[in-house]
Design a binder for this molecule. Structure first.
Ligand code: ADP
Ligand code: VHF
Length: 377
């Protein structure tokens, strides 16, 4: 199949456990190699490809001595510790047989919540992509604890797609796309081929995993797509077993669901993506109704609109912004420490002249929740 389009794309492909495993639950070499062979064709055509691949637990649990996929955290982590190496070995062997090199990247949420580490990951991945390598990302299962988990590889893939400014996110699963209901439970469910807005009906239709090896189900795929949409990235969801699914998805000819990003104001730049999806807010400020309104309009926040400040934070920390009823309205990088803000809250811009930067939060460092239909943190 000739897939070359005028522009070479940067493509992130998420491969779920169910797309790599046999009916017994262990890794199917045949399935893995078929997908790698498609990626190789994309590479031959000049596209940059990054994989986010699950499968470590599936590849390792039998050698750990478990009959079924384990459910306890420690056993899953032990299985992943065995399986991650085996998984990478299978990928590497196949890519090398085609003359390409794969690299392994294991990430936890805490790696991304530090802005320097976030940038570092981005720089490293850019070097790999520039040199024609295929980075293969998975969650660093052996060291994550529930609290620090990305939660699943679906949202991880969307965050990685944002990190590397991907042109497209392709999520492969064991289902043909997003249906109006879980098709395994409702035979009347209809496939949605194009989605430009995640409506409450779509949220409701998204259910649990369909197989014993899947973890996120449609719920986490929708969360992932929302993150991609907010980052201005088109996504595709389709069935890994469908022939040439990746090649067809890239040219818009695959059976499945295409998700197209919404209006421009949702297209978060990398800094806002970091604030929205990765940062760990260190304090809270409560703002007046008028200030809330200007945040809704994505305007900078001035000390005059701040009513209360809580927590101890430094200049440059991310803080939660709440309205007078206690609802979170956004997140932003504070130009002042909590100590300074307590002193200057409520003060007008004229009176502030000598204290420091006028704005408490510049609008470039502001993420407004009403403009962002995405779960934060
Ligand atoms: N609205 C829906 N549309 C499609 N699939 C759905 C829906 N709701 C729930 N599902 C289930 O989600 C499953 C895919 O998620 P999951 O098992 O986690 O796969 P993976 O391992 O590929 O991440 C499907 O097999 C399907 O049974
Ligand atoms: N990191 C884990 C998988 C986590 C996960 O999201 O799995 P899946 O829902 O199959 O994509 C592993 O490699 O087994």
């Amino acid at each position: 199949m000739i897939i070359n389009e005028s522009k070479n794309k940067r493509i992130v492909i998420k491969i779920g456990s169910s797309s790599l495993t046999s009916r017994l639950g262990d890794i199917s070499r045949h399935k893995l190699e078929r997908l790698v062979d498609e990626v190789v064709k994309l590479k031959d055509d000049g596209h940059e490809v990054l994989l986010v691949s699950s499968g470590a637990v599936a590849a390792g649990y039998r050698r750990l001595g478990c009959l079924n996929r384990p459910t306890s955290l420690a056993e899953k982590q032990a299985a992943a510790s065995i399986g991650q190496g085996l998984l990478m070995e299978s990928y590497s062997e196949r890519f090398i047989s085609h003359g390409y090199t794969a690299s392994q990247i294991l990430i936890t949420r805490s790696d991304f919540s530090d802005r320097d580490r976030y940038h570092n990951a981005r720089n490293t991945i850019n070097v790999l992509l520039d040199r024609g390598i295929i980075p293969i990302v998975n969650e660093n299962d052996t060291v994550t604890v529930e609290r620090l988990k990305f939660g699943d590889n679906d949202t991880l893939s969307a965050k990685v797609a944002g990190l590397v400014d991907a042109d497209q996110l392709i999520i492969l699963s064991d289902i043909d796309g997003l249906y109006t209901d879980d098709p395994r439970k409702n035979p009347d469910a209809k496939l949605l081929t194009k989605v430009s807005e995640i409506t409450p009906e779509i949220e409701e239709s998204a259910g649990e995993p369909g197989s014993a090896v899947g973890t996120g189900g449609m719920r986490s795929k929708i969360d992932a797509v929302k993150i991609a949409m907010a980052s201005g990235i088109s996504s595709f969801l389709g069935n890994a077993t469908s022939p040439n699914i990746i090649l067809k998805a890239v040219i818009g000819k695959a059976r499945g669901t295409y998700f197209v990003p919404g209006k421009n104001e949702f297209n978060l730049d990398t800094k806002r993506q970091w604030i929205a999806f990765h940062s760990g807010p260190e304090g809270e400020i409560v703002v007046s109704n008028k200030a809330k309104q200007s945040i809704d309009e994505l305007k900078s926040l001035y000390p005059t609109g701040i009513r209360y400040v809580s927590g101890h934070f430094k200049k440059g920390s991310v803080v939660r912004i709440k309205d007078l009823d206690g609802n979170e309205v956004g997140l932003g990088v504070s130009n002042y420490s909590s100590k300074q803000l307590i002193k200057i809250k409520g003060i007008s811009r004229d009176e502030l002249a000598d204290v420091g930067p006028e704005e408490a939060i510049n609008n470039k460092d502001l993420v407004c929740h009403t403009r962002l239909a995405v779960p934060i943190h």
